[in-house]
Design a protein around this ligand. Structure first.
Ligand SMILES: Nc1ncnc2c1ncn2[C@@H]1O[C@H](COP(=O)(O)OP(=O)(O)OP(=O)(O)O)[C@@H](O)[C@H]1O
Ligand SMILES: Nc1ccn([C@H]2C[C@H](O)[C@@H](COP(=O)(O)O)O2)c(=O)n1
Length: 417
């Protein structure tokens, strides 16, 4: 039997299943949160790719639907929430989809949604409609949408029950190779699949292919500075460069900046493969430069993995894959730095620094809240990384104090520096 997990506002996860043969008295799904008044919502999933070559198309379809849904006339206050359909009994990858909560004008919202799905999803299109029945329980009606406008076939009506929360988030076992790439070849394979759809993919592959496969680090220290945005990475890396006489590199490197926007607009699979490959481009620079002087790097693989994990694991920080999960392991074929420093500041100080830069002012409360959970997941992922792990430095002090603390940490590894 398939189960579903949806991320409700406030980043709460609700696990549910739909059962024909629910025993009488079985616990009911609480409509609150799931069905905001007047209590109707919809769900559908994107059909899985039939072959590895099709996975980029399926991922793009998901992204395009998300954009279209955000513009569709679903009524004021409608919300489009992320949903995954998974089978607890097998190892197949979960199917992504959406839970659409319509708060008013249900008939109009329903028509707009059906029209959008008929137009953009391959047949057969299944749409679930959830409502609270007179008995106070949530029921799902399953429809098959047919080609003709408004044509649809009723497939059944069943109760919606809470599903047991799995031991780990349903996406966790499928992150490797889909969002986090454990090798250059794994990430390369994704961009290879895209070259006919995204011409820039070929340009990135050409750059990567010019880099040696296993570049070796020189004798000088290689130090990575990681952290959320506005934690002070630019400030610290520039000061380190000056005080250590080091070379400063950053990922993604400037040679790919003209393609960054293109890949940022692509789905996770493609976007994260792009960032993963940019680390391999910078690795060959690090190899060269570290034969001559210390090297400081502003973001490296830990950023690529941490942001990917935080995006794909819905809900709060407690849903992250546990310690020692393979997603936290450094790729075998990527040049390994000597030290990785993670700058941390309180959320309030980070927001203060962002506001000083003129960002963050226009965000709505709810978006800020969702962002807070996202940032906790990014930082939680950084903290779980191993071999090399991140060494934490509290970066909320003055610029001078932060530099001193970072240097102190580095000198524990390189006393003669
Ligand atoms: N220790 C500090 N105390 C106060 N303000 C700081 C400190 N370090 C940096 N800032 C300021 O905070 C802002 C963010 O710093 P910075 O650009 O170095 O962060 P960042 O981590 O590189 O950000 P991003 O990843 O978004 O580029 C800047 O305006 C900077 O001048
Ligand atoms: N090696 C890297 C560097 C950056 N990223 C991604 C992660 C974030 O989405 C974004 C942050 O970059 P910034 O705004 O600080 O330039 O870029 C990555 O995945 N891997």
């Amino acid at each position: 039997e398939r189960c579903f997990v949806a991320e409700l506002p406030g980043s709460e996860l609700v696990y549910f299943t739909c059962s024909r043969s629910a025993p009488l008295g079985a616990a009911a799904l609480r409509p609150r949160g799931f069905l905001p008044p007047p209590g109707r919502c919809y769900s559908f999933c994107i059909p899985p790719a039939q072959s590895p070559r099709e996975r980029v198309r399926a991922a793009r379809l998901h992204g395009q639907l998300q954009q279209r849904l955000s513009r569709a006339p679903l009524g004021a206050g409608a919300r489009v929430l992320p949903l995954l359909s998974y089978s607890p009994a097998d190892a197949a990858a979960p199917e992504p989809g959406f839970l659409v909560q319509a708060t008013q004008a249900a008939a109009e919202a329903e028509r707009a949604l059906e029209e959008l799905l008929r137009l953009h999803l391959p047949a057969p299109v299944h749409l679930s409609v959830y409502e609270e029945a007179a008995d106070g329980q949530v029921w799902r009606t399953l429809w098959r949408l047919q080609g003709a406008p408004e044509g649809k076939e009723l497939l059944g009506r069943v109760r919606v029950l809470p599903a047991p929360e799995p031991l780990s988030h349903p996406a966790a076992a499928h992150l490797l190779g889909a969002a986090v790439f454990g090798s250059r070849e794994a990430a390369r394979g994704v961009l290879e699949e895209c070259t006919s759809l995204i011409p820039e993919a070929k340009a990135v592959l050409d750059l990567v292919d010019k880099c040696p496969k296993l570049p070796k680090k020189g004798d000088f220290p290689v130090i990575v500075i990681e952290g959320l945005d506005a934690t002070g990475k630019t400030t610290v890396t520039q000061s380190l460069r000056d005080s250590l006489g080091a070379v400063l590199l950053k990922t993604p490197p400037s040679c790919v900046s003209q393609w960054r926007k293109t890949f940022d607009d692509e789905p996770t699979l493609v976007r994260r493969a792009f960032y993963a490959l940019t680390n391999y481009i910078v690795a060959s620079e690090i190899a060269k430069e570290s034969t001559k002087s210390p090297v400081i790097i502003d973001r490296f693989w830990h950023s690529t993995a941490a942001y990917a994990i935080a995006t794909e694991i819905s809900g709060k920080v407690l849903n992250l894959p546990p310690l020692h999960h393979p997603v936290y392991c450094w790729p075998e074929d990527l040049l390994k730095p000597d030290v990785v420093i993670l700058l941390t500041v309180s959320p309030e100080e980070r927001i203060r620094r962002l506001q000083e830069r003129g960002i963050e002012k226009t965000r709505e409360e709810e978006e800020l809240e969702a962002n807070r959970f996202f940032h906790q997941k990014v930082e939680g992922s950084y903290r779980r990384m191993e071999n090399p792990s991140c060494e934490l430095v509290d970066a909320s002090g003055s610029r001078e104090q932060v530099l001193e603390d970072v240097l102190h940490q580095i000198k524990k590894h390189f006393p003669l520096l």
